[in-house]
Design a protein around this ligand. Structure first.
Ligand code: COA
Length: 360
């Protein structure tokens, strides 16, 4: 219901759009005494006045599916860092909205192994927003997957608490309530080294911090044996080693336990100015002592010495409630941004597919 209404609204708005309406008073008042200039502009656009009106009456924003190869034609609608990941997935689907030949909105989905798909990105250029285009393009993508038997859609997104527009949008499109899974923080070295409790963080004498790549084979085996026990499976350091920063990825050793590894921080440079502290872990048995702070301080010091990046980001899982509380309360005011990592799901059934057909 909503979708077909929105689609109608686009057509209506396009027909009456003041910027293109020949009889529009604003256009006329500014151009009244300058008809040649007006003709020049239209000539530049390759249109005569009458053609412009006719073309506008007929035009609508068209949505079509495209293969991954079309990514190059919509690079103004995606994050640079996203493109290689999508390009390496030949099964990915793109729904592209074009105003004439101009791509103005994009939705990307990647199929998963269990009759599911991930909505990797949805983006509508600002000037085209709040006309129902986002709902239409999302419905087109969902329909393409649903017709192939996909029954669940998932979207993983970081939400700025001051801008929850995307969540409202997804909710309107029939997606469920977001499940918050973690907190994503961004800051920079200037602020970090200006924060007294951070620069004063001290390591107890029994611990020392060494480069991650120097961890011994024995210590690695001990970590491996602890995976899923004292080491949560999603903080498995071996999943994150590839492409990590050698000079900034660190391990925390406990000399009183034969240099057993009690923690790590594995980092990746994601852009010239951003170092992601991708995977930080401290043995739960010593988390109360805030040992993560000297570990992060060591990261920050090495970043200052060795990296071009001035900014850094890290995530705290909600499964670590003590750390999450600390981040929100103590770090929040010192961060450049604090976002919430959310998972949003949608399930499809036969009726849903029929509705999507109407909407798309
Ligand atoms: C979210 C987004 C896709 C919405 O596109 P859109 O074309 O404006 O959406 P629609 O016009 O179809 O909106 C449909 C409904 O969603 C809800 N909605 C959309 N944007 C909203 C906002 N900013 N705040 C609150 N509700 C919103 C409204 O209920 C709206 O209906 P209404 O206009 O009748 O109130 C668009 O704003 C966008 O691209 N934002 C940037 C998202 C982004 O950063 N993506 C990249 C990472 S995935």
């Amino acid at each position: 219901m909503h979708g077909s209404g929105s689609a109608d609204r686009i057509a209506i708005e396009k027909r009456t759009s003041p910027a293109f309406e020949v009889n529009d008073p604003v256009w006329n008042s500014s151009q009244k005494y300058n008809r040649p200039a007006r003709q020049r502009v239209l000539g530049h656009l390759g249109m005569s006045t009458s053609k412009l009106k006719i073309a506008d009456e007929k035009s609508d924003v068209e949505i079509s599916l495209a293969p991954v190869a079309a990514l190059d034609t919509v690079d103004h609608l995606t994050y640079r860092t996203l493109r290689p990941a999508v390009a390496s997935q030949p099964e990915a689907k793109l729904a592209i909205a074009r105003d004439g030949d101009f791509p103005c909105a994009l939705a990307i989905g990647v199929p998963g192994p269990n009759c599911d798909f991930e909505l990797v990105s949805i983006y509508v250029l600002p000037l085209y927003r709040r006309r129902g285009l986002g709902q239409r393009i999302l419905a087109r993508l969902e329909r393409a997957f649903a017709e192939e038997g996909v029954r669940i859609g998932a979207h993983f997104v970081t939400v700025d608490p001051a801008d929850q527009g995307l969540l409202h949008f997804l909710c309107k499109a029939g997606w469920g309530q977001p499940k918050v899974t973690g907190i994503i923080c961004q800051s920079n070295l200037t602020v970090a080294f200006d924060t007294a409790w951070f620069v004063n963080a001290r390591l107890a004498p029994r611990y020392r911090i060494v480069p991650w790549h120097t961890v011994s084979a024995n210590a690695r085996t001990t970590i491996e044996a602890g995976l899923g026990q004292w080491v949560p499976a999603d903080l498995n350091p071996y999943l994150f080693e590839k492409g990590s920063e050698l000079s900034n990825s660190l391990a925390l050793l406990d000399s009183e336990e034969g240099d057993r590894v009690k923690g790590w921080a594995i980092t990746h440079q994601t852009s010239p100015d951003m170092l992601r502290w991708t995977c930080t872990f401290v043995d739960p048995a010593i988390q109360r002592t805030c040992t993560v702070l000297p570990l992060w301080l060591a990261c920050a010091r090495r970043q200052r010495e060795n990296s071009t990046a001035h900014r850094f980001m890290f995530a705290v899982d909600l499964n670590q409630p003590r750390m999450a509380r600390f981040v929100v309360k103590r770090m929040g005011p010192r961060l450049d941004s604090l976002g919430y990592a959310c998972t949003v799901l949608k399930t499809f059934d036969g009726n849903g597919v029929a509705d999507l057909r109407k909407l798309a």
